[in-house]
Write a protein of this length. Sequence first.
Lengths: 422, 502
Amino acid sequence: MAHFIDRRLNGKNKSSVNRQRFLNRHRDQIKHSIDDAITQRSVTDVSSGERITIPKRDLSEPFFHQGQSGIKQRVHPGNDQFQTGDKIERPKQSSGDGGGEGQASDEGLGADEFKFEISREEYLDLLFDDLELPNLEAKESADLMDYKVTRAGFSNVGQANNINIIRSLKKSIARRIALTGATKRRLKDLQEQLTQLQSQPIGHDAQIKQLKSDIEICSKKINRVPFIDDFDLQFNNYAKVSIPTSKAVMFCIMDVSGSMDQATKDIAKRFYILLYLFLSRTYKTIEVVYIRHHTQAKEVDEHEFFYSQETGGTVVSTALALMHEIQQERYPTSQWNVYAAQASDGDNWNNDTPLCGTILLRDLLPNTRYFSYIEITQRPHQSLWQSYENISRTHPQFVLKHIKDTSDIYPVFRQLFTKSKS
Amino acid sequence: MKPNTKTADIESEWTFEKLEKYDALISDVATRFGLTTYPNQIEIISSEQMMDAYSSVGMPIGYNHWSFGKKFIQTKQNYSRGRMGLAYEIVINSSPCISYLMEENSMTMQTLVIAHACYGHNSFFKNNYLFTTWTDAEAIIDYLVFAKKFISDCEEKHGVNNVENIIDSCHALMNLGVDRYKRPSKVSMREEKARQAQREEYLQSQVNDLWRTVPLTSNENNNDDTIKFPSQPQENLLYFIEKNAPLLQPWQREVIRIVRKVAQYFYPQKQTQVMNEGWATFWHYTLINTLYDDGELSDSFMLEFLHHHTNVVYQPPYNSPHYSGINPYTLGFAMFQDIRRICEYPTEEDKHWFKDIAGSNWLDTLHFACKNFKDESFISQYLSPHLIRKLKLFNIIDNDKHNYLEINAIHNEQGYQRIREALSAQYNLSNLEPNIQVYKVDMTGDRSLTLRYYPHNEISLSENIDEMTRHIHRLWGFDVVLEQENGDEVVTELTRCPKSSE
């Protein structure tokens, strides 16, 4: 007699440790694959995992097996034409030995890449190389406030339309029980006495009369307790709470002059992704505005932003001015939290730098929650950096950072976000 | 049985009550046919859990390793893209015999699977000589629990990477970690576990003895350095390394031992694929048909059953796009059916070819076949001309010196014996797996390890030998040389690791 066990409720993730081991082991290839993938992905696409491709040879599990040469025999079924001694052409692929011992798995046809999906968490983890992302939360709460009416328990006073019927009736029942309990007990007693007396043959008329009037009094007493009373009433209570507004706009400003190469742009892209990711933890709606500039600034879509080539000089102030214009027009600070991230290699037309400072101080910083500037360059800083550095001393919401490669991106965000106390 | 219990229809949804009822019915019939089994433990699992079971290559409890993660990812991917279906069942050679049934199966499917796995495979595990000699069904689960714990303890003590490296190398050499010819010692896996603690010390002391630098006897007496170690070539490379590698830590030896034991445990399954599947398929077919004849099963049940059964035993012809070698289910099922036919209704030809069994009691003959053979010997003993004709088997010789393939035999009078031999050889693992043996260790010199490859039919080794010798080198710790000895006693060096042994 067999013993049946229902295992369906047992955990199904028996393999998750092994899966993690696999990812760790092939971390380098996977990271490489992610580096390729990032160019394909939109800044705002942080909600999904990623599809990873690893060359098969990197994860082979080798074993000794027989090679191709030598004399091999094989029996096949379904002979429909052959006679002993027939000589036939060797088929192109030696696929005749499909039933063989695993040879096919190593050198299978066309399957020289191993593809699989990783989850969003794994993707972000690898993208930012264990920067403890999942534990971060927004530090500030001085955001713009919206107001929202929420339920806040119950109260004894309120408008009639907010009466909570169930609670009110509960209280009414409780009150009635409390007020009539003793009387009801007495009523029961009296009624019992009455039936007792009435059942006796000899008349106790006086007593019966007395009892009857007592019963009368008790019943009246009970009936006098009102079904519902003022202080039974319960009202749903509402409170107005202030919540941070859930809308944010993120301005991405990037120098696309000839000196910015694709690698630099990819670093900038990570920076934007990271900023977007943090914002998406705090805000429900996020809009992204891409402004690119060389000597002139232009609002563009994401693809053009990252992948169109431009040449020419650099005038940063045009972009700042354009940002101010767009912000004033479409994103009033009364409704939007404004964030800006500017990436550049530090080049600017020297005469333009003071103007940048002015626009920032006068127009932008008063209206932005956070303005970050990253300079991706291997060269010494130029006038733009110095000018910005002065501003950052007096304005805490302005942060600038020099980035040489991807790993430098993260510290920028330390200033905006702290690790949550786990 | 009681005719009034005839189920007009088994509804396609299964329930535990129905499973128990039909298991009991099958069990009765199985006993009638003399099938003896380990007690059955049937576990219902979801498809996700089935994928877990897949990726641990059939071990119900597996130690952690990245390669299982890779298998899991692959399985899951293939499954979710619809490239493959999952097996309806997985059965484990243990006592009690654990079978996993998928919850998605219909009631008919579940009944088929119970008959197939819990009575077919199970009785094969219990009776076939390879399983009874080489595996200890009582103790395997305990051993795997021990192995998992041991390896995770090692990971804690010595770091995940260090353990993983050793296991990588062991997995690569797994096929060279089984005894093919030697008889097993009688120590059960349970005792094995109990002994483990003392063994660590003992093993190490043995090794130390071997590599003792101060000679026990004075060297002057025997100054011929040619004393060969090992005195005979050794087939079990992992065993040899476990016992003799000079630099391994005791825990590393134990890890090698674990991989070796697991390999040995699965080895009989590799040797009896056709028989095992054939036996299970024969019995699910016979048991269910008997139940139907007894009036226990409805017609609609039988139709669904036959649909699944014919799918299982379908053999595409050699020129079909679906062809991928001989289907072991087909071959095994057809052979057991054929043996029954030879016993019950022998023709003149059968009487000529199978004097012993023609006309004998088919049940006894079948049980005898199940107990005493492996694929290779089973085919060379029982493949009949009748079946060769039925499957239209033909044999191809592929000699890389010619630019053509030669048809060496077809299903005619001259071909029967040749096809039988060729097909038998096709299931002989020692023809399929390269024969590599430990040839010698340079005891007095650089401690290098020499392995020799003995080619079968001039078949060369695969191209990954450099990678493979690196794995051996990792375990052995000193130079590793791989040679090839051809029939004419000419020995050539194939590769060595490290490459520049200056």
